[in-house]
Ligand binder design. Structure first.
Ligand SMILES: NC(=O)c1ccc[n+]([C@@H]2O[C@H](COP(=O)([O-])OP(=O)(O)OC[C@H]3O[C@@H](n4cnc5c(N)ncnc54)[C@H](O)[C@@H]3O)[C@@H](O)[C@H]2O)c1
Length: 255
């Protein structure tokens, strides 16, 4: 059920963190993988790593906020692999600041990457999935769609707003494209160490202690611990599940 042999998976923002981890998990599950991000040298390094494990991999430069770049990247993937079965919309940024301090530019940057990015990539992938009558789309939200950051140091109102918007977008997409045998589900990670968090949240002993205290499992997520949810929503194990979200946070947000 979880086997992805013969499938083609696209991962955005794959040059680091959770996206790079997901690309490795797709490869292990047997999929061919297209890794998209802005930093070509990081993508090439990941591509080499995956190729050495006998994975069919394509690294494509792509800025998810730029429609021309997205259109060209999706075309390159389809030309190379002939199809796209799975789309993991992972690219994201976390901009610090509350409504009292945020600039409009920072607000727009957050919304552009985290929400418009999913719209643009889906805009070019969905018609292809509709035509082939198959698709698994996984959008990346966050526990911060549901809860705010209480520590002053980490207030991120535009991030909260963008990640809630991802849920709404996913539900709309799920409702519209189910008849084309396309499922659209959302993952909501809690705290995981990555490029995004290692220089911020992971720098605060106080924050890590508070998170671990509130987390029934008593710790942040480890590399790879998001991949079970991603593979579930990417595979036929979730063939009758769409419009859902899964929170992967060791229970922190809801107990
Ligand atoms: N790490 C966590 O604790 C956590 C928690 C909840 C949600 N998330 C979400 O998971 C996703 C991955 O984050 P991460 O923690 O791995 O951080 P990360 O910074 O390591 O990864 C984000 C990736 O997105 C890429 N990216 C950013 N803007 C882009 C753009 N315009 N075009 C293409 N790529 C772009 C970055 O270059 C990077 O490779 C994000 O959507 C993030 O919001 C992370």
């Amino acid at each position: 059920m979880f086997n992805l042999k013969g499938k083609v998976a696209v991962v955005t923002g794959a040059s680091s963190g959770l996206g790079a981890d997901a690309a490795r998990a797709y490869a292990k599950a047997g999929a061919s993988v297209a890794i998209l991000a802005r930093r070509k040298e990081k993508l090439e390094a990941l591509a080499e790593e995956l190729k050495s494990d006998h994975t069919n991999v394509l690294a494509v430069s792509c800025d998810v906020t730029d429609e021309a770049s997205v259109k060209s990247a999706v075309q390159q993937v389809i030309e190379h692999f002939g199809k796209i079965d799975i789309l993991l919309n992972n690219a994201g940024i976390a901009v610090k600041g509350g409504v009292d301090t945020l600039s409009q530019d920072d607000w727009n940057r957050s919304m552009d990457t985290n929400v418009k990015g999913i719209f643009l990539v889906s805009k070019y992938v969905v018609p292809h999935m509709m035509e082939q009558h198959y698709g698994k789309i996984i959008n990346t939200s966050s526990v911060n769609a549901f809860i705010g950051d209480k520590a002053d140091l980490f207030i991120r109102h535009s991030y909260n707003a963008s990640k809630s918007a991802v849920l709404g977008l996913s539900m709309g997409m799920a409702a519209s494209y189910g008849k084309y045998n396309i499922t659209v589900n959302t993952i909501c990670p809690g705290l995981f160490e990555s490029e995004m968090t290692s220089s911020t949240l992971f720098q605060s002993e106080e924050f890590l202690k508070a998170y671990s205290y509130q987390c029934p499992l008593g710790r942040p997520g480890q590399p790879g611990e998001l991949n079970g949810a991603i593979l579930f929503f990417s595979s036929d194990a979730s063939s009758y599940i769409t419009g859902q979200f899964m929170i992967i946070d060791g229970g922190t947000s809801f107990v």
